[in-house]
Ligand binder design. Structure first.
Ligand SMILES: *Cc1c(COP(=O)(O)O)cnc(C)c1O
Ligand code: SF4
Length: 323
């Protein structure tokens, strides 16, 4: 771990005076060494640096941005379980992350409720609801759990007969691959009757390293499907070239692009936002240059909707698709 903002600045050969840093942010700074090592030295505009440096811009207030834009608190029937979409229940397995991404929509979420003591109740809730066939471990980041805790939780999920799919959402394999290397977990997954999907979270090709490639190889050998989700971020990855390079590099590591999320409008992240027509233009360019399986679905999460909503051509928005 890099211990402080000062240490990071030192590490990347930049002066804090040139970076408009907010040293008093309510969402604390956190970055693993591995991620910091991928930042280009001396470049204040590095796309990885921008994801983690607490900026004074986070204090700017933007209309339409709020603490819980995706309505998670309303869909939270009991501590640590979010059941918003048919067939899938999301369990907040850990309150922690290995990195703090400045754009994160969970920056205001009451994480204190994501405690291990709530797992039993959450699993009982899933066991009683036969419509749930997929359990998603999210967070925070489930990979911040100890290997034993994670395996214990997966065993509990496997014991529910109507659950057929396990999905793990984690940014750790990208930002701290050494930490995500878990031999017992891999063994558990390779033997499990559950179909397992690992959805990693990577926003830029520079985040992918030989170490992440090696780790992905191990997950694949354990029968785990690998997908990626990205957040579309202004001045970080908001171009077809950048996203195309990301898709190709993901594929070279055995990962298929899944979602490209439009930013959730969470307070403090307005400076990362992209206009919808720009997002659509990027999507169009990607479709023109990449094979279909390397084009992520561009989606936005609208509170109260029964699925993540596909971005549609803003020029034809008068034609509302029906269910
Ligand atoms: C995104 C999300 C899911 C998964 O949705 P998919 O479209 O299946 O990837 C499930 N539950 C919650 C609460 C989510 O936010
Ligand atoms: S939940 Fe994901 S996006 Fe948010 S801070 Fe944690 S790792 Fe980053």
């Amino acid at each position: 771990m890099i211990q402080s903002i000062e240490q990071l600045c030192d590490f990347v050969d930049l002066s804090p005076d040139d970076l408009a840093i907010d040293f008093d942010s309510i969402f604390p700074f956190k970055v693993p060494k591995h991620f910091a090592e991928q930042i280009e030295k001396g470049n204040p505009n590095d796309p990885l640096l921008k994801q983690i440096l607490p900026g004074l811009a986070e204090r700017d207030v933007y209309p339409g941005f709020s603490p819980d834009p995706v309505g998670d608190l309303a869909a939270n029937p009991q501590p640590s379980l979010i059941h918003k979409y048919h067939g899938r229940a999301l369990l907040i397995a850990s309150p922690r992350c290995d990195i703090h991404c400045r754009y994160c929509f969970r920056r205001h979420f009451p994480y204190e409720q994501a405690k291990k003591q709530h797992w039993q109740a959450a699993l009982e809730n899933i066991a009683q609801d036969h419509s749930i066939s997929e359990v998603i471990l999210s967070g925070g980041d489930p990979m911040t759990l100890s290997e034993n805790s994670l395996v214990e939780l997966i065993d509990g999920i496997e014991a529910i007969p109507h659950v057929s799919t396990l999905r793990i959402h984690s940014r750790t394999p990208i930002v701290a691959p050494h930490k995500a290397h878990r031999p017992t977990l891999l063994k558990t997954l390779s033997k499990s009757r559950l179909q397992t999907v690992l959805v990693v979270h990577c926003n830029h090709a520079n985040e992918l390293t030989p170490e992440s490639a090696e780790l992905m190889q191990q997950f694949r050998q354990s029968n785990v499907f690998l997908l990626n989700q990205t957040v579309l971020l202004k001045d970080i990855n908001d171009s077809a070239n950048t996203l195309s390079a990301l898709s190709k590099k993901l594929f070279s590591q055995g990962i298929l692009p899944y979602y490209c999320h439009l930013l959730d409008k969470v307070s403090g992240s307005g400076h990362f936002d992209i206009q919808k027509h720009q997002a659509w233009a990027i999507f169009e360019q990607l479709r023109q240059t990449l094979p279909g399986y390397l084009v992520p679905r561009f989606v936005e999460e609208i509170a109260g909707e029964p699925y993540k909503t596909l971005l549609i051509d803003p020029n034809s928005q008068d034609i509302k698709p029906t269910a």
